[in-house]
Design a protein around this ligand. Structure first.
Ligand code: FES
Length: 263
């Protein structure tokens, strides 16, 4: 039996949509930007070099776990036996977190699978199985990726503190350059994105019957709820910032530009 908009209980309208605005613009932009990010991140991850220039470690590679990071890593342990790019391990967590994000799911289901492409626009598929089978059922792991994303965000914060260190040839002490500013902005955006997550909101305030008996969790839930209202904005801004910081470090590491130093 036909389902979806062609189901017997739906009004029989021959047009795919009655919308006359540019409803296709948002899914198209999502498709272009998301595809661009995936291509860029994959290229950088497999490149596996030009991710460090003192004192900046690219967020795609932090915490760096390979032997050639001994002096650079925020992590005290390195794995000598791991010979591939460290990003191939590290990126599993932030990418898994983003791919399973409730907001991104909506965005890429629309942009890549047209399911549906926009509100009040019929999708081309005749059947809908939801997220009840592989691979989409794996999206239910989002809450677990959140814990991994918190750890990654903590490492990025540590790398941001290290970004106040000297470049090669500078005196020891606190320094600051354009790179430092980019690291700070990226760190803030990553935290805003991670803490505004729907799973975070549920973790801090879910399963409570009476808020008045849990004032601290209620307060935290209120803060997260405020952030949650802007989750989609933080999702895109943090995606841009993390790619921009990696690209900036790449340009520095390959001597294409030099860091603008303030002090
Ligand atoms: Fe988007 Fe959790 S819902 S990161």
């Amino acid at each position: 039996m036909a389902s979806g908009v062609t189901g017997p209980t739906r009004a029989s309208i021959p047009d795919r949509t009655l919308r006359s605005d540019r409803w296709w613009l948002e899914p198209l932009l999502t498709f272009v930007v998301f595809s661009g990010f995936v291509v860029f991140a994959t290229y950088r991850a497999f490149l596996g070099r030009d991710f460090y220039v003192e004192p900046y470690m690219s967020p795609f590679f932090s915490p760096c776990i390979t032997a050639d990071c001994t002096d650079k890593s925020a992590l005290p342990i390195v794995f000598e036996w791991w010979k591939l790019s460290p990003a191939l391990v590290i990126l599993i967590f932030p990418l898994g977190f983003r791919m399973t994000c409730y907001y991104y799911r909506k965005a890429y289901y629309r942009a890549f699978w047209l399911s549906p492409p926009a509100c009040a626009v019929a999708e081309p598929h005749s059947a809908y199985s939801g997220e009840t089978r592989l691979p989409l059922i794996l999206n239910n792991m989002h809450r677990y990726f959140w814990y991994g994303a918190m750890v990654v965000a903590a490492f990025l914060t540590f790398e941001t503190i290290l970004a106040f260190g000297p470049m090669e040839g500078e005196d020891p002490g606190i320094h600051m350059g354009l790179g430092t500013v980019l690291f700070v902005v990226n760190s803030v955006l990553i935290w805003l994105y991670t803490l505004s997550c729907h799973s975070c909101r549920h973790i801090v305030g879910g399963r409570l019957r009476t808020f008045s008996k849990h004032p601290v969790r209620y307060r935290m839930w209120t803060w997260v709820s405020r952030l949650n209202a802007k989750h989609s904005t933080y999702a895109w801004y943090s995606l841009f910032s993390v790619a921009a910081v990696d690209f900036y470090v790449y340009l520095l590491a390959t001597d294409r530009i030099s860091d603008l130093r303030f002090f």
